[in-house]
Design a protein around this ligand. Structure first.
Ligand code: NDP
Length: 496
């Protein structure tokens, strides 16, 4: 047991979360503190992997690839991945506590979304890998004997998985599961803000008998630290990264020398379009969810809400009222909004609240920091905020803020709404609220994004393509798209 379940998450004192390298839990000499965003308390320390430890992890992954793991059939690998899913479910209370301890997110969300999706990722990609269709082409030859071509899918090799802090377990497993299902070995680096659920996953990998070196975990920071050492490493074949667009650019530069395969899921500045013919209450409830879920820290969140003029004032008024009524609090208090991930991130979001004022926006609610009069005042809580009146070229309308905030603006015509939504350097997701079937299909298609929801938000089928255009990413993951990224197809041509 890595950490005593009964006393998790308070206190974690005395615990140093280890890295997992070649099947060994390693507590390094260098460590950093894991601070609770709920009350600023140091919960535990975390072993920091330097370049030498990263190198050990990559070498271990390389050896495992050439060892028994590389000789397992897809069915054997996938059977192990199903066991991982089962074990996550058995230990779901531990995972929920760990995720909450790092992020302060609500118990309800960790229980219903983050942890179940982590288990579902392993199960879904095991099934998909088992069901991958075979490809075979017969061809004619001049001597009339013919030839048979078939495709085999080999692993890409050693894969670096780099994950962010907003949905830590969901996003880490979203890449680890398909990478392993395709026969790769993995070196994973979670965000330094959220090491705990990844550390538990390392335990689970050991408990179900995943061979040493197949899944390695290194903790640490990004630039000039663990993350950079990993993406620069010459023996890493592919990088699956989720995080900020600027980090994506930095990783691309680091990876260029050794021409690694890249899959990037990056930032967003997503638009919601609310048409006057929409079901008002459904659009309102959906927009509340798409703006404020996870305290606005989901790459898919709507930060730009455009509402058709006839219902604009009514919708804005109702949205503001609901936002004012949101209960802010700790993870176990039945609150609607937990804290942001850290004080540092809160400073960034607050700087955008200040910028919105400077850019002549009107803050209809929020704009500051709540006061509790207890230890939560040392946390990273922030008020949900609705802004109106910004120019379309204001920085607050253009840049990703990643907090519980949106700008709401009116539009008069469908074409105008489409233009506003697409006028962004990002292109991840859009939400369209309308009761017209024709309009739904027409508008959805015109969105320059990777995914458009009509009359809903964050409804995910793991078989579908997921990713963004423009600054929001490169490539697609999900379903067969993940299997394609994590495999090298090879043609074998047999003369008959
Ligand atoms: P960051 O880009 O700051 O960090 C992501 C990960 O990359 C972390 O593990 C980080 O380490 C690491 N990292 C940072 N710099 C480097 C580097 N130079 N080399 C290698 N690794 C590095 O993102 P956040 O954690 O702040 O997450 C929020 C962002 O993620 C938002 O922009 C959001 O939109 C995006 N996101 C995109 C999603 C999508 O599917 N498109 C989904 C979810 C989030 P460390 O944190 O330790 O510094």
């Amino acid at each position: 047991m890595l950490m005593p379940t009964a006393s998790y998450p308070y206190p974690l004192s005395g615990t140093q979360l280890p890295c997992l390298i070649d099947g060994e839990l390693i507590r390094s000499a260098r460590s950093f503190e894991n601070v609770s965003p709920v009350d600023g308390r140091v919960m535990c320390t975390v072993s920091e992997a330097d370049a030498a430890l990263v190198d050990r992890a990559v070498q271990a992954a390389r050896r495992a690839l050439r060892g028994p793991w590389g000789r397992l059939s897809t069915a054997e690998r996938c059977a192990l991945l199903r066991k991982v899913a089962e074990r996550i479910e058995e230990r779901s209370a531990d995972f929920v506590s760990a995720e909450i301890a790092d992020t302060g997110k609500t118990l309800q969300q960790a229980r219903s979304l983050d942890i179940p999706r982590g288990a579902a990722n392993f199960r879904a990609f095991a099934e998909l890998a088992m069901g991958r269709p075979a490809e075979c082409f017969e061809m004619g030859t001049p001597d009339g004997r013919g030839a048979l071509n078939y495709t085999v899918h080999k692993p890409v090799g050693v894969v670096a998985v780099i994950a962010p802090w907003n949905l830590p377990f969901l996003l880490l497993t979203w890449k680890v599961a398909p990478a392993l299902a395709c026969g790769n070995t993995v070196v994973a680096k979670p965000s330094e803000e959220t090491p705990s659920s990844a550390a538990l996953l390392a335990e689970v990998m050991q408990e179900v008998g995943v061979p040493p070196g197949v899944f390695n975990l290194v903790h640490g920071f990004g630039p000039d630290s663990t993350g950079e050492a990993l993406v620069r490493h010459a023996d890493v074949n592919a990088i699956a990264f989720t995080g900020e667009s600027a980090t994506g650019s930095a990783i691309m530069r680091s990876a260029a020398d050794s021409v690694k395969a890249l899959s990037f899921e990056l930032g967003g500045k997503n638009a919601a379009l609310v048409f006057a013919d929409a079901d008002f209450d459904a659009a309102l409830a959906g927009t509340m969810r798409s703006v404020f879920s996870n305290c606005g820290q989901v790459c898919l969140c709507s930060e730009r809400v455009y509402v058709e003029r006839p219902i604009f004032e009514r919708f804005l008024e109702a949205l503001t009222q609901r936002a004012r009524a949101l209960k802010i609090g700790g993870p176990y208090e039945g609150a609607d909004l937990g804290p942001l991930i850290s004080r540092r991130h809160r400073d960034k979001v607050l700087s955008y609240y200040a910028l919105a004022r400077a850019e002549h926006g009107e803050l209809l609610c929020g704009g500051g920091v709540p006061s509790f009069g207890d230890q939560r005042d040392r946390g990273a809580f922030i008020e949900p905020t609705i802004i109106r009146g910004l120019a379309e070229d204001a920085r607050c309308v253009k840049e990703e803020i990643f907090g519980p905030v949106c700008h709401v603006a009116p539009f008069d015509a469908e074409e105008e709404a489409v233009g506003l939504a697409n006028d962004s350097r990002y292109g991840l997701a859009a939400a369209v609220w309308t009761s017209s079937l024709q309009r739904a299909h027409r508008v959805a298609r015109q969105m320059e994004v990777g995914i458009t929801w009509v009359n809903d938000w964050f409804l995910r089928d793991l078989r579908t393509p997921f990713g963004g255009v423009k600054l929001s990413g490169i490539g697609r993951e999900g379903g067969m798209h993940s299997l394609a990224f994590f495999s090298e197809p090879m043609n074998i041509c047999v003369k008959l």
